[in-house]
Ligand binder design. Structure first.
Ligand SMILES: Nc1nc2c(ncn2[C@@H]2O[C@H](COP(=O)(O)OP(=O)(O)OP(=O)(O)O)[C@@H](O)[C@H]2O)c(=O)[nH]1
Ligand SMILES: [Mg+2]
Length: 441
């Protein structure tokens, strides 16, 4: 099933600011419960909708960030986690409520986090029809209340602001248009394979080992195929039987190798092979087998390059941290998706085994799925090794990297770590194809 890329718009703010009212105005139905009772929205509520100028969207209505109970703290963490997912953060402020409270702690935390994560932020002032009456006890004007609120923004001039009576159903379209403009500032996605050309075949090496699910290919493999075909680049696919290739039986190994080299050679008439992309775990076979003149990289590095918006330097630094590992160090192996672990699973079996063979006495912890340790817990690790992140949005992975960075923990990825294990020459080789795009250098 094709996965629809949805723009995620999160609505944030303090209790009773009108966040759920904003969600309902956009969706034009009672998606979220609205009530004068503080803390009405207890968990994240999502709604799918199409906003004409954006396309398919997912809206997140969140709990108020200023609830002072123990449960409030849990809600707060969940809401702050949600900011990591969004393409656009909408900060709903009731200027009268904010001024009367004489503080902007919630607004500050949302704006600061959005800025730190590089997410576009916009402000919606929830203007009640009777704001003048509501303001009377404070003796301030609405202009003063607005100025007070905007003073908390790190970039007031560059932050789109809209004044809106959220209870006015007629303003739905104007609200959506405003969000589309605010979201428009989102950076375009980095191309998956920026350096390939139409000249020469790209060969995808897909081992189809025991871990490959039946009925489909892995997402990075499908993504590469789609991107190459769309760009009109000829694609070849090959499966080396890794069990046989690693069997140690010379005749069997030679036969596997010959089959693969014949396949590469068969493209000579059509311009030759411009690049081989392999599953990371086959790099020990592919590096010696793929002729030196043919560039070689891995699906996992392809993924991390896109996620890192073409700048893999953070991950390369993490790879260098592998050189400094010593007995007793803790290593975090993180994967974005949950799947049952069978056979030679990379995260639980292959990587720990390989690293332990270089540095005995390492401790391994795993973080799989949506859970990811907070900065405090992360500090115990010498290095984190993350998967390519094909099942999460680049925003989520980059938020994790930001969190690791904050904790001072170097991070690398599966493909880079497996290539590092093969040696500096292999690591240099798999990075080479990205240098032409100003990457990885
Ligand atoms: N008059 C008026 N009332 C509003 C407006 N926006 C929200 N309210 C009222 O303010 C109260 C809180 O609105 P909600 O949308 O539930 O606020 P919330 O931010 O989702 O609140 P929590 O979920 O409790 O954090 C409700 O009683 C709304 O009817 C508005 O623009 N005008
Ligand atoms: Mg609510």
């Amino acid at each position: 099933m094709a996965r629809i890329e949805r723009t995620i718009i999160g609505i944030f703010g303090r209790i009773n600011a009108g966040k759920s009212t904003a969600m309902n105005l956009l969706t034009q139905q009672e998606t979220s419960l609205v009530d004068a009772q503080p803390g009405t929205t207890a968990d994240i509520r999502s709604a799918l909708m199409e906003i004409h100028a954006i396309g398919p969207c997912k809206l997140l209505d969140t709990a108020g960030l200023d609830e002072e109970s123990q449960l409030g703290e849990k809600k707060r963490r969940k809401t702050l986690d949600a900011i990591e997912e969004v393409d656009l953060a909408v900060l709903v402020i009731d200027p009268v409520q904010a001024l009367a409270s004489e503080h902007l702690a919630v607004e500050d935390s949302v704006a600061t986090l959005a800025r730190k994560l590089g997410r576009p932020l916009c402000v919606v002032f929830n203007r009640h029809h009777d704001d003048d009456r509501r303001l009377a006890p404070t003796g301030a004007t609405i202009a003063q209340a607005r100025r007070f609120c905007l003073s908390v923004l790190p970039d007031p001039a560059g932050t789109p602001v809209l004044d809106l009576d959220l209870s006015d159903a007629g303003r739905s379209t104007g609200f959506a248009t405003f969000l589309a403009e605010a979201a428009g500032k989102t950076a375009e996605q980095t191309p998956l394979l920026p350096t390939v050309t139409r000249h020469g075949v790209v060969v995808l090496h897909i081992p189809m080992d025991e871990e490959t699910p039946s009925g489909r290919l892995l997402r990075p493999q499908e993504m590469a195929m789609e991107a190459l075909l769309r760009a009109g680049v000829p694609v070849g696919m090959y499966r080396v039987d890794l069990g046989l290739a690693r069997s140690g039986n010379e005749a069997v190994v030679a036969q596997q190798r010959r089959g693969f080299l014949d396949f590469l050679g068969s493209f000579e008439a059509s311009g030759g092979v411009q690049l081989v992309i392999t599953d990371s775990q086959a790099i020990d076979i592919m590096d010696p087998w793929v002729p030196r003149e043919i560039p070689l990289t891995t699906f996992s590095i392809m993924m991390v390059n896109q996620t890192a918006c073409g700048d893999m330097s953070v991950f390369l630094e993490g790879t260098r941290a592998l050189d400094g590992l010593k007995a007793g160090d803790r290593v975090l192996v993180a994967e974005a998706c949950n799947h049952d672990r069978i056979a030679e699973d990379i995260g639980t079996v292959q990587l720990p085994r390989k690293l332990a063979s270089v540095v005995p006495g390492l401790h391994f912890d795993h973080a799989f799925g949506r859970e990811f340790p907070d900065p405090e817990e992360l500090r115990q690790y010498a290095v984190a090794i993350h998967c390519g992140g094909c099942m999460i949005r680049p925003q989520k992975l980059s938020a994790r990297v930001t969190r690791l960075h904050e904790a001072g923990i170097p991070v690398t990825n599966y493909g880079l770590a497996l290539s590092w294990y093969e040696g500096q020459a292999t690591l240099g080789r798999v990075l080479e194809p990205w240098v032409g795009a100003g990457i990885g250098g």
